[in-house]
Design a protein around this ligand. Sequence first.
Ligand code: B1M
Length: 212
Amino acid sequence: MSVLTEISENLQQGKAKVVKELVQKAIDDGIDVKIILEEGLLHGMGIIGGKFKNNEVYVPDVLIAARAMNAGSELLKPLLASSGVKAKGTVVIGTVKGDLHDIGKNLVRMMMEGKGLEVIDVGIDVSVDKFISKVKETNAQIVACSALLTTTMGEMKNIVEGLKAAGMRDKVTIMIGGAPVTDQYCKSIGADIYTPDAASAADEAAKACLKA
Ligand code: B1M
């Protein structure tokens, strides 16, 4: 079995220590860092994402796989930076104002990172102004908003309106999600993309960054 396949398989099993050792071995063997990232780490995370979507694995499996991915990507980060490999796009993600639920949002972040995107997590209870200023500051192509309460999902409309008022609406793709959110709601507030789960959110974000 190649070291890249071993990285992918151990990542799927959530073996952070082994993944770290294998990534170091791959680096020492002179394998290109981009190949280690794409054919080892991102490959494994992609498989976990697909299984999560199909209910073949559950939240804890994704969390431990993501921890293994982080262990491996920590070693790659400085090498990726010096070899000029850029993230495939930038996403600002957060849970909307008044809402403290972050488990789903964190999963979306991890899956997006698993697609090679740079994800800036602004946390929970995030105001419209904070979303907008972070998008401005980072030139993000995507703003991703999570809401778990029927009482807070209305904040997503305020984010759409806030971006319009700031003259930034055409420059950024607005993605929304969370248990009470629907595609119909997404259309009604003029956001761009609704996805029901973390894996599809990551797929759609990667596609949107390719188009941007
Ligand atoms: Co709260 N809570 N909660 N809660 N909580 C819910 C959401 C609720 C449905 C429970 C219930 O009554 N049955 C209910 C909401 C009712 C409603 O509005 N319709 C509720 C309530 C009422 C409340 C409080 C008001 C309770 C109170 O204090 N009286 C309070 C509100 C606090 C606040 O936010 N201001 C509250 C508090 C809390 C805790 C702090 C205790 C805790 C949150 C801890 C944390 O997140 N760190 C909590 C929890 C854990 C839940 C439940 C049990 C689980 C939520 C969760 O993490 N699910 C939840 C009931 C439930 O959902 N069964 C409930 C797992 C997670 C992986 O799923 O977040 O849906 P989810 O994410 C999914 C998708 O939705 C999607 O991808 C994820 C994975 O595939 N997704 C996106 C999420 N964001 C996305 C963004 C995207 C795309 C997809 O694009 C950008």
